[in-house]
Every structure is written in structure tokens, then in C-alpha cells.
Design a protein around this ligand. Structure first.
Ligand code: AMP
Length: 303
């Protein structure tokens, strides 16, 4: 079924203990769409880039079946740019630069063919844009929203308004604390449920992800990897795998959300093995199935 993806399409400059990548392709929507493209063939991308964004990248996504009608190209603008540096432990990073560029005055107008989208992944970008997209949908079945501390710092009220309209919120543990004002993640989750969402996924980097509803909880580990080269985009790739699986199955029960979280974790485990989208672009169905199998083996126990 149809999956609408929204978020940044970007240039990133990344420094990790394993090397540097200057002005490579990134952006929440890019990672989400690549990951989801392994699950469903009706993906509708919504984003904005400047004249400096390579046409080649647009073509490769199109070749994977992603509908690019909703990608606005601004002839006299520059693409969103983000630069970050990871600490030795890779779980922490410092943002060095965030240049919003064309994102600054993006007012997304969904193509008519996108308006009936059923499954929606609102990736990280301004809450204003996330709200504008939701306002144009005619029959959304399940809306997920991802965000980050940057938007909590500069647009908390609008962000809370956006969050009040969605079914699922995905954020990391520190962001859950900032959003709720609670240190305990259990208390943070209760506060977040009061804001509107029915489900919450708290991402804990290399320590996995926690899926919660008001009365159920599920923990998915991250796959322990010998080498993590670049964690950039892991959260977005997770979201892409998760919503890709939900759109593919059309099932939003808690049991199926559990499976979706494992698909998200498996896709994220590929993402971090190389810089930028280098690994995500090379996958096939067998590799993904094999990795899902490793998750089920790692998680099962005969008590
Ligand atoms: P993640 O590692 O999952 O948080 O995602 C990193 C990606 O998000 C990078 O490719 C960036 O281009 C993009 N990004 C970084 N900061 C922001 C921001 N403030 N808003 C939207 N996207 C961002």
C-alpha cells in the first residue's frame, strides 16, 4: 500500500573515528525512502532540494520505484546541509553545521496523486512542514513522526501540535526526556501518550529500540556489529524499514508493529556499516532475509 515519505534530502559532511565523508548524500527522507523501497513499490517522496543536488541521485531513487513528483527543485537555492562529528563511542555526536537553505521557506504542496496516501512517515524536518503535509491528506490510516532535539529547542509548541496529530512517534531516549521533562522513560512515555500518539518508539542507538503503547511494551535489540563506520541516518533507516513493513502488510496491530521494529532494526544495522547510503543502496531481498533471521535467532530463548 502507499507510503508517503517526508523529510530532508540533504548534503552531509561527516566525521567519525573511522574517517571523513565530505558533502555526501544524506537527509532523513533519503534514508527513509531507500530503506522502505525494499518493502513497498508505492513510495511517494516529498521534499525539497536546490540546484546543486545531483540529478543522478534523483534518477537512482526513481529507478527503485520511488515517485519523485513531490520533490521540489529550487533553481536559485541550495540544498539543506548538515555537518556532524561523532565521538569515540559513536553514540554521541556534535552537530557542527545546520544550513536550512531551501528548507527555510518550503511550503509543501502535495501532488494530487499523493493526497490519498494511506501510510505516512513524517521524517525529521520543521514541524510546520509536517503539519502542512498532514492537512492535505484525505484518508491517512497510520501516521508516524520522527523528530529531534533541534526542533524541540527552536519550535517546541509547533512540534507538540504536530505530535498531537500522529499515531506513532519515534525519538531517541534523550529527546523523549527533553520532550516530556521526565527522566524515567516509563514516565516520559506516559506523558507523551497524553500528548496524542498511541504508540511510541524510543531509539537507543546501539542499545536497540523500545516500542510502547499505553499497556504493552516490546524491546528490540540492535544487532551487535564488529564495525560501525557511520551511524548517520540509522534512525531514519529504522523508520523506513518500520513503515515499509507496515505499508507492505497493511497491519497496524501491536504484534505487527513488533515485527516492523525488527525490520527497522535490521535495515539500520546495514546503514551503519558504511558511510552515507553506500551500503543501503546495494542490498537485495536475500541479504535482508538473512539479517532478519539473525535477529530472530538472537532474540529467541527456550525457557
Ligand atoms: P539520523 O542520524 O537518523 O539522526 O539522521 C541524520 C540525517 O538527518 C542526516 O542525513 C542529516 O542530513 C539529517 N538532519 C540532520 N539535522 C537535521 C535537522 N535539524 N532537520 C532535518 N534533518 C536533519
Amino acid at each position: 500500500m502507499s507510503l508517503l515519505t517526508v523529510g530532508t534530502v540533504a548534503f552531509d559532511s561527516i566525521e567519525t573515528p573511522y574517517g571523513k565523508a565530505e558533502k555526501v548524500i544524506g537527509g532523513a527522507c533519503t534514508y527513509i525512502s531507500w530503506a522502505a523501497s525494499y518493502y513497498t513499490d508505492d513510495i511517494r517522496l516529498t521534499s525539497i532540494v536546490g540546484h546543486d543536488f545531483p540529478a543522478e541521485e534523483i534518477k537512482t531513487l526513481e529507478a527503485r520505484g520511488v515517485n519523485m513528483e513531490g520533490l521540489k527543485i529550487v533553481k536559485d537555492g541550495l540544498t539543506f546541509f548538515w555537518a556532524g562529528r561523532y565521538h569515540e563511542n559513536m553514540n554521541q555526536r556534535d552537530t557542527l553545521t545546520t544550513d536550512l537553505n531551501v528548507l527555510d521557506d518550503f511550503d509543501p504542496e502535495l501532488p494530487d496523486s499523493y493526497k490519498d496516501s494511506k501510510y505516512i512517515m513524517l521524517g525529521n524536518l520543521t514541524p510546520d512542514i509536517q503539519i502542512r503535509v498532514m492537512e492535505q491528506l484525505t484518508d491517512p490510516q497510520f501516521v508516524a513522526l520522527d523528530t529531534m532535539n533541534f526542533w524541540m529547542d527552536i519550535a517546541m509548541d509547533r512540534l507538540k501540535e504536530a505530535i498531537s496529530k500522529v499515531d506513532l512517534l519515534t525519538i531517541n531516549d534523550e529527546e523523549a526526556r527533553q520532550l516530556s521533562g521526565e527522566y524515567s522513560l516509563v514516565n516520559a512515555a506516559q506523558k507523551i501518550f497524553e500528548m496524542g500518539p498511541k504508540y511510541l518508539v524510543i531509539k537507543k542507538g546501539e542499545h536497540g529500540a523500545l516500542l510502547m503503547s499505553k499497556d504493552e511494551m516490546f524491546f528490540a535489540p540492535a544487532l551487535p556489529l564488529a564495525l560501525v563506520k557511520d551511524p548517520t541516518g540509522a534512525g531514519d533507516t529504522f523508520a523506513g524499514g518500520l513503515m515499509g513493513h507496515i505499508a507492505q502488510t497493511g497491519d497496524t496491530s501491536f504484534d505487527n508493529l513488533k515485527r516492523a521494529v525488527i525490520h527497522g532494526s535490521a535495515m539500520a544495522s546495514f546503514c551503519v556499516e558504511e558511510f552515507s547510503l553506500d551500503k543501503l543502496k546495494t542490498l537485495d531481498k536475500d541479504q535482508i532475509a538473512e539479517r532478519i533471521k539473525r535477529f530472530t535467532q538472537m532474540m529467541s530463548v527456550d525457557l
